[in-house]
Design a protein around this ligand. Structure first.
Ligand SMILES: Nc1ncnc2c1ncn2[C@@H]1O[C@H](COP(=O)(O)OP(=O)(O)OP(=O)(O)O)[C@@H](O)[C@H]1O
Length: 252
Protein backbone atom coordinates (compact mmCIF):
# COMPACT_ATOMS: atom_id res chain seq x y z
CA UNK A 1 0.00 0.00 0.00
CA UNK A 2 1.40 3.43 -0.95
CA UNK A 3 2.02 5.76 1.96
CA UNK A 4 0.71 9.28 1.57
CA UNK A 5 2.46 10.25 4.80
CA UNK A 6 5.38 8.76 6.63
CA UNK A 7 7.10 10.33 9.59
CA UNK A 8 10.10 8.91 11.42
CA UNK A 9 11.12 9.76 14.96
CA UNK A 10 9.85 13.33 14.98
CA UNK A 11 11.06 15.63 17.71
CA UNK A 12 9.72 19.15 18.15
CA UNK A 13 10.36 21.29 21.19
CA UNK A 14 9.19 24.68 22.39
CA UNK A 15 10.67 26.86 25.08
CA UNK A 16 8.68 26.98 28.28
CA UNK A 17 10.34 29.68 30.34
CA UNK A 18 13.93 28.56 30.63
CA UNK A 19 13.11 24.93 29.89
CA UNK A 20 12.80 23.20 26.54
CA UNK A 21 9.87 20.83 26.31
CA UNK A 22 9.45 18.12 23.69
CA UNK A 23 5.95 18.65 22.36
CA UNK A 24 6.62 15.83 19.91
CA UNK A 25 8.82 13.20 21.44
CA UNK A 26 10.08 10.64 18.87
CA UNK A 27 6.76 10.30 17.07
CA UNK A 28 6.53 7.97 14.07
CA UNK A 29 3.41 7.87 11.89
CA UNK A 30 2.36 6.23 8.65
CA UNK A 31 -0.82 6.96 6.72
CA UNK A 32 -1.82 4.90 3.68
CA UNK A 33 -3.14 6.51 0.56
CA UNK A 34 -6.91 6.74 0.93
CA UNK A 35 -6.82 6.03 4.66
CA UNK A 36 -9.00 7.92 7.17
CA UNK A 37 -7.17 8.39 10.49
CA UNK A 38 -7.85 10.45 13.59
CA UNK A 39 -5.59 11.68 16.38
CA UNK A 40 -6.95 11.91 19.91
CA UNK A 41 -5.37 12.99 23.17
CA UNK A 42 -5.68 15.42 26.05
CA UNK A 43 -5.30 19.15 25.55
CA UNK A 44 -1.64 20.02 25.06
CA UNK A 45 -0.58 16.47 24.12
CA UNK A 46 0.77 17.65 20.75
CA UNK A 47 -2.02 16.72 18.32
CA UNK A 48 -2.16 20.01 16.42
CA UNK A 49 1.62 20.30 16.39
CA UNK A 50 1.81 16.82 14.86
CA UNK A 51 -0.64 17.85 12.16
CA UNK A 52 1.29 21.06 11.45
CA UNK A 53 4.60 19.27 10.99
CA UNK A 54 3.06 16.46 8.90
CA UNK A 55 1.57 19.03 6.55
CA UNK A 56 4.81 21.01 6.28
CA UNK A 57 3.25 24.07 7.98
CA UNK A 58 5.85 23.82 10.70
CA UNK A 59 9.34 22.31 10.84
CA UNK A 60 10.74 19.62 13.15
CA UNK A 61 13.91 19.71 15.27
CA UNK A 62 14.75 16.12 14.37
CA UNK A 63 13.24 13.30 12.32
CA UNK A 64 11.84 13.15 8.81
CA UNK A 65 8.47 13.74 7.21
CA UNK A 66 7.77 12.20 3.82
CA UNK A 67 4.73 13.28 1.82
CA UNK A 68 4.04 11.00 -1.12
CA UNK A 69 7.62 9.72 -0.74
CA UNK A 70 9.14 13.23 -0.76
CA UNK A 71 11.30 14.31 2.15
CA UNK A 72 9.77 17.66 3.12
CA UNK A 73 13.02 18.85 4.69
CA UNK A 74 14.81 18.66 1.33
CA UNK A 75 12.47 20.80 -0.72
CA UNK A 76 12.45 24.56 -1.06
CA UNK A 77 9.81 26.71 0.64
CA UNK A 78 8.07 27.63 -2.65
CA UNK A 79 7.78 23.96 -3.69
CA UNK A 80 6.51 23.14 -0.21
CA UNK A 81 3.85 25.82 -0.43
CA UNK A 82 2.86 24.50 -3.89
CA UNK A 83 2.44 21.03 -2.40
CA UNK A 84 0.35 22.43 0.44
CA UNK A 85 -1.81 24.39 -1.98
CA UNK A 86 -2.32 21.70 -4.60
CA UNK A 87 -2.04 18.35 -2.79
CA UNK A 88 -3.34 19.14 0.70
CA UNK A 89 -6.59 20.58 1.99
CA UNK A 90 -7.05 22.15 5.43
CA UNK A 91 -10.18 22.43 7.53
CA UNK A 92 -10.11 24.17 10.90
CA UNK A 93 -12.54 24.48 13.78
CA UNK A 94 -13.64 27.92 12.54
CA UNK A 95 -13.30 28.44 8.80
CA UNK A 96 -11.59 31.77 8.18
CA UNK A 97 -13.58 33.55 5.52
CA UNK A 98 -13.86 37.14 4.38
CA UNK A 99 -16.95 39.02 5.54
CA UNK A 100 -17.32 41.21 2.45
CA UNK A 101 -17.37 38.25 0.03
CA UNK A 102 -20.25 35.85 -0.49
CA UNK A 103 -19.88 32.12 0.14
CA UNK A 104 -19.10 31.25 -3.48
CA UNK A 105 -16.38 33.91 -3.76
CA UNK A 106 -14.85 32.80 -0.48
CA UNK A 107 -14.64 29.25 -1.83
CA UNK A 108 -13.00 30.23 -5.11
CA UNK A 109 -10.67 32.94 -3.76
CA UNK A 110 -7.59 30.77 -2.98
CA UNK A 111 -7.85 29.01 -6.38
CA UNK A 112 -7.90 32.35 -8.20
CA UNK A 113 -4.35 33.06 -7.09
CA UNK A 114 -2.68 31.23 -9.96
CA UNK A 115 -5.63 30.78 -12.24
CA UNK A 116 -7.14 34.18 -12.89
CA UNK A 117 -7.93 33.28 -16.50
CA UNK A 118 -9.98 30.27 -15.56
CA UNK A 119 -12.69 31.95 -13.52
CA UNK A 120 -15.48 30.12 -15.36
CA UNK A 121 -13.91 26.70 -14.78
CA UNK A 122 -13.12 27.46 -11.14
CA UNK A 123 -16.63 28.76 -10.50
CA UNK A 124 -18.11 25.66 -12.10
CA UNK A 125 -15.96 23.45 -9.90
CA UNK A 126 -16.99 25.40 -6.76
CA UNK A 127 -20.66 25.10 -7.70
CA UNK A 128 -20.38 21.37 -8.23
CA UNK A 129 -18.67 20.98 -4.82
CA UNK A 130 -21.34 23.13 -3.15
CA UNK A 131 -23.98 20.88 -4.68
CA UNK A 132 -22.14 17.79 -3.44
CA UNK A 133 -21.97 19.30 0.08
CA UNK A 134 -25.65 20.26 0.05
CA UNK A 135 -25.13 24.04 0.12
CA UNK A 136 -25.78 24.87 -3.56
CA UNK A 137 -28.50 27.39 -2.72
CA UNK A 138 -26.24 29.45 -0.44
CA UNK A 139 -23.75 30.81 -2.94
CA UNK A 140 -24.89 34.44 -2.75
CA UNK A 141 -25.22 34.53 1.04
CA UNK A 142 -22.73 36.35 3.19
CA UNK A 143 -20.85 34.29 5.76
CA UNK A 144 -23.00 35.81 8.51
CA UNK A 145 -26.19 34.51 6.87
CA UNK A 146 -25.42 30.79 7.15
CA UNK A 147 -25.26 28.33 10.04
CA UNK A 148 -21.99 27.10 11.55
CA UNK A 149 -22.45 23.72 9.86
CA UNK A 150 -23.13 25.32 6.48
CA UNK A 151 -20.07 27.54 6.87
CA UNK A 152 -17.96 24.51 7.71
CA UNK A 153 -19.27 22.71 4.62
CA UNK A 154 -18.24 25.79 2.60
CA UNK A 155 -14.80 25.52 4.24
CA UNK A 156 -14.62 21.89 3.12
CA UNK A 157 -15.59 22.90 -0.44
CA UNK A 158 -12.72 25.41 -0.39
CA UNK A 159 -10.33 22.71 0.86
CA UNK A 160 -11.42 20.39 -1.97
CA UNK A 161 -11.04 22.91 -4.81
CA UNK A 162 -7.67 21.56 -5.92
CA UNK A 163 -8.59 17.86 -5.57
CA UNK A 164 -6.14 17.34 -2.69
CA UNK A 165 -4.69 13.93 -1.96
CA UNK A 166 -5.21 14.47 1.76
CA UNK A 167 -7.46 16.61 3.95
CA UNK A 168 -6.14 17.69 7.35
CA UNK A 169 -8.80 18.72 9.84
CA UNK A 170 -8.19 20.26 13.27
CA UNK A 171 -11.37 19.80 15.34
CA UNK A 172 -13.56 20.40 12.27
CA UNK A 173 -16.76 19.71 14.21
CA UNK A 174 -15.59 21.29 17.48
CA UNK A 175 -17.73 24.42 17.15
CA UNK A 176 -20.86 22.72 15.81
CA UNK A 177 -24.07 21.46 17.37
CA UNK A 178 -24.60 17.71 17.16
CA UNK A 179 -26.84 17.82 14.08
CA UNK A 180 -24.43 20.01 12.08
CA UNK A 181 -21.52 17.90 13.31
CA UNK A 182 -23.24 14.75 11.99
CA UNK A 183 -23.77 16.41 8.61
CA UNK A 184 -20.14 17.46 8.39
CA UNK A 185 -19.05 13.94 9.36
CA UNK A 186 -21.21 12.54 6.56
CA UNK A 187 -19.34 14.87 4.22
CA UNK A 188 -15.98 13.56 5.43
CA UNK A 189 -17.21 9.97 5.00
CA UNK A 190 -18.18 10.79 1.43
CA UNK A 191 -14.81 12.44 0.70
CA UNK A 192 -13.07 9.38 2.09
CA UNK A 193 -15.26 7.04 0.04
CA UNK A 194 -14.19 8.99 -3.06
CA UNK A 195 -10.56 8.04 -2.32
CA UNK A 196 -9.12 11.07 -0.49
CA UNK A 197 -6.98 10.46 2.60
CA UNK A 198 -8.15 12.21 5.75
CA UNK A 199 -6.41 13.02 9.02
CA UNK A 200 -8.52 14.64 11.73
CA UNK A 201 -7.58 15.82 15.19
CA UNK A 202 -10.49 15.43 17.57
CA UNK A 203 -11.55 15.19 21.22
CA UNK A 204 -14.82 13.57 20.22
CA UNK A 205 -15.18 9.77 20.28
CA UNK A 206 -18.08 10.06 17.80
CA UNK A 207 -15.78 11.72 15.27
CA UNK A 208 -12.96 9.24 15.83
CA UNK A 209 -15.40 6.32 15.51
CA UNK A 210 -15.93 7.31 11.88
CA UNK A 211 -12.27 6.77 11.02
CA UNK A 212 -10.41 3.58 10.19
CA UNK A 213 -7.60 4.03 12.69
CA UNK A 214 -7.09 6.19 15.75
CA UNK A 215 -3.76 7.29 17.20
CA UNK A 216 -3.83 8.23 20.86
CA UNK A 217 -1.32 10.85 22.01
CA UNK A 218 -0.12 11.71 25.48
CA UNK A 219 2.76 14.01 26.41
CA UNK A 220 4.06 14.23 22.85
CA UNK A 221 4.05 10.47 22.21
CA UNK A 222 1.69 8.13 20.41
CA UNK A 223 0.85 5.80 23.29
CA UNK A 224 -1.58 3.48 21.51
CA UNK A 225 -3.63 2.88 18.38
CA UNK A 226 -7.03 1.44 17.62
CA UNK A 227 -7.79 -0.15 14.28
CA UNK A 228 -11.47 0.04 13.37
CA UNK A 229 -11.17 -0.91 9.73
CA UNK A 230 -12.69 -4.34 10.30
CA UNK A 231 -15.53 -3.09 12.51
CA UNK A 232 -19.06 -2.92 11.16
CA UNK A 233 -19.61 0.59 9.78
CA UNK A 234 -23.34 0.53 10.37
CA UNK A 235 -22.96 -0.12 14.11
CA UNK A 236 -21.71 3.33 15.10
CA UNK A 237 -22.67 2.81 18.74
CA UNK A 238 -20.33 -0.15 19.04
CA UNK A 239 -17.53 1.76 17.32
CA UNK A 240 -17.96 4.70 19.72
CA UNK A 241 -17.92 2.28 22.66
CA UNK A 242 -14.63 0.77 21.45
CA UNK A 243 -13.08 4.22 21.07
CA UNK A 244 -14.26 5.28 24.53
CA UNK A 245 -12.83 2.11 26.10
CA UNK A 246 -9.49 2.58 24.38
CA UNK A 247 -9.39 6.24 25.45
CA UNK A 248 -9.83 5.17 29.06
CA UNK A 249 -7.19 2.44 28.71
CA UNK A 250 -4.78 4.99 27.21
CA UNK A 251 -5.40 7.47 30.03
CA UNK A 252 -7.13 10.02 27.80
N1 LIG B 1 4.33 28.07 18.83
C1 LIG B 1 4.40 27.56 20.08
N2 LIG B 1 5.25 28.06 20.99
C2 LIG B 1 5.35 27.55 22.24
N3 LIG B 1 4.63 26.50 22.68
C3 LIG B 1 3.75 25.96 21.81
C4 LIG B 1 3.59 26.45 20.47
N4 LIG B 1 2.65 25.70 19.84
C5 LIG B 1 2.23 24.78 20.74
N5 LIG B 1 2.89 24.92 21.91
C6 LIG B 1 2.73 24.08 23.11
O1 LIG B 1 2.85 22.75 22.69
C7 LIG B 1 1.96 21.92 23.41
C8 LIG B 1 1.13 21.10 22.46
O2 LIG B 1 0.27 21.97 21.76
P1 LIG B 1 -0.77 21.42 20.69
O3 LIG B 1 -1.56 22.58 20.21
O4 LIG B 1 -0.07 20.59 19.70
O5 LIG B 1 -1.66 20.48 21.62
P2 LIG B 1 -3.05 19.79 21.30
O6 LIG B 1 -2.95 18.39 21.74
O7 LIG B 1 -3.45 20.05 19.90
O8 LIG B 1 -4.00 20.60 22.30
P3 LIG B 1 -5.55 21.02 22.17
O9 LIG B 1 -6.33 19.76 22.24
O10 LIG B 1 -5.75 21.89 23.38
O11 LIG B 1 -5.70 21.77 20.89
C9 LIG B 1 1.16 22.84 24.33
O12 LIG B 1 1.71 22.80 25.61
C10 LIG B 1 1.34 24.19 23.70
O13 LIG B 1 1.26 25.20 24.67
Amino acid sequence: MTKILKADQLIKSFNEGKEQRNVLDTVSVEVDEGEFVTVMGPSGSGKSTLMYVLSGMDSVDAGKVYFNGKDLSLIKENELSDIRRTKMGFVFQQPTMLKHLNILDNIILPSMRDNRKNVARITEKARSLMKRMGIAELEQRSITQVSGGQLQRAGICRALMNNPKIIFGDEPTGALNSKSAEEVLEVFAEIHAAGTSIMLVTHDAKVAARSQRIMFMRDGKIVSELNLSNEDHSDMEKRVEKVTMKMRESGI
